[in-house]
Design a binder for this molecule. Structure first.
Ligand SMILES: [Zn+2]
Ligand SMILES: [Zn+2]
Length: 359
């Protein structure tokens, strides 16, 4: 994806001078914006007016991470809803926006002011106050109990914040810590979405991110849950998951953010996928694969797209077909769940993670 100054005409509108090369096609900025917009809105079809009964209005939950993908998703859905207001004076759905602050995050004041600015730029939507990861201990009723399955017991007299620090520092490897944190994060977001009566969580993940997740899941012994992890539709969490940006590469979302009349500013700091890998020892499998795909995947976009397409085609295990969700990560367990008499069961991935946790 390169910008040039040559005088070629855009292949879509045949009028304007092309400024971008997208998947080997020369496009002008406005045709590129339309391209990204149509890819995402096509994935939002089921939330249109025609799928609503009477005055019904849906509530959709959009977690933003500070990275480019969820921000682009917010901007695009905002313009869709603005158009709906212009045409019908109402919207087909409400957006509830949340942002989680992870432990050891520096620059909380900056995050807070960025978040405030975002809420001002997109005033149509319901921005929840910033949430800390440790709030999962309170919002997810089963969390403390489920942690004991990993050998992490409650300790009296500590604050939730201290408890979360202890939980994360009980992981003996960077990969186990990242794995644990991402499960806690997902459970926190799902709890918040349910608390807000949202029917769906809209994840901002790009194709590149989904490919990294699929490969990392396999590497972590979570291959059995790949298809459930990246599928659109009802999740075992009891809420819908939807990935509207799944047909776009991260670099395309970055280009889009810059091509807008009012460009989107996003932090690349904290976005580990953009940082060079300094030491393998200090890198989790997730970050390693993310940076590999960001640096190499661009050169082989069709292979990356295939990773996601193939992984999605693996049989998705749905609740009710005798599938027992893992008590901790809420992903399908692959075995028959022989010792599931008390319905507390860990999947293979969580069992492996547990081996790297000192209780
Ligand atoms: Zn054009
Ligand atoms: Zn599990």
């Amino acid at each position: 994806m390169t910008a040039t100054t040559s005088g070629e005409t855009c292949v879509d509108c045949q009028e304007t001078v092309a400024s971008l090369t997208i998947r080997s096609r020369r496009l002008c900025a406005s045709c590129f914006i339309r391209y990204v917009s149509s890819k995402i809105l096509k994935r939002m079809e089921s939330y249109r007016f025609r799928n609503l009964a009477g005055d019904q209005k849906r509530r959709l939950f959009l977690p933003i991470s500070g990275g480019v993908s969820s921000l682009v998703l917010l901007q695009l859905l905002d313009s869709q809803l603005q158009r709906q207001i212009g045409n019908r004076n109402r919207t087909a759905y409400d957006l509830v926006i949340a942002r989680v602050v992870l432990p050891d995050t520096s620059g909380l004041a900056t995050i807070d002011s960025e978040y405030q600015k975002l809420a001002q730029r997109f005033p149509l939507h319901n921005f929840l106050p910033l949430v800390s990861l440790h709030e999962v201990l309170q919002l997810d009723a089963g969390m403390r109990q489920d942690l004991t399955l990993l050998g992490i017991d409650d300790e009296s007299g500590e604050s939730e914040e201290e408890c979360m620090q202890r939980i994360l520092s009980s992981a003996m490897s960077v990969t186990a810590r990242a794995d644990l944190q991402s499960i806690l994060l997902r459970r926190l977001l799902v709890s918040l979405a349910k608390q807000q009566n949202c029917e769906t969580v809209l994840w901002g993940h790009s194709d590149s991110r989904l490919a990294a997740i699929a490969l990392a899941d396999v590497a972590k012994g979570r291959g059995g849950s790949v298809s459930s992890h990246i599928a659109d539709g009802r999740s075992l969490h009891g809420i819908n998951f939807n990935y509207p940006a799944r047909d776009l590469f991260k670099v395309e979302l970055q280009t889009y953010a810059q091509a807008l009349d009012e460009p989107l500013t996003y932090a690349t700091e904290g976005d580990a996928t953009d940082q060079p890998t300094t030491s393998i020892r200090n890198t989790s499998i997730d970050n390693l694969l993310s940076s590999y795909i960001t640096s190499q995947g661009e050169k082989y976009p069709s292979i990356m797209a295939n990773v996601v397409r193939t992984a999605s085609k693996l049989q998705t295990q749905k609740e009710g077909n005798g599938v027992v969700p893992c008590t901790f990560c809420i992903m399908p367990t692959t075995g028959t769940g022989d010792d599931s008499a008390d319905s507390l069961i860990l999947c293979y991935g969580c069992t492996r993670m547990k081996q790297e946790i000192r209780g």
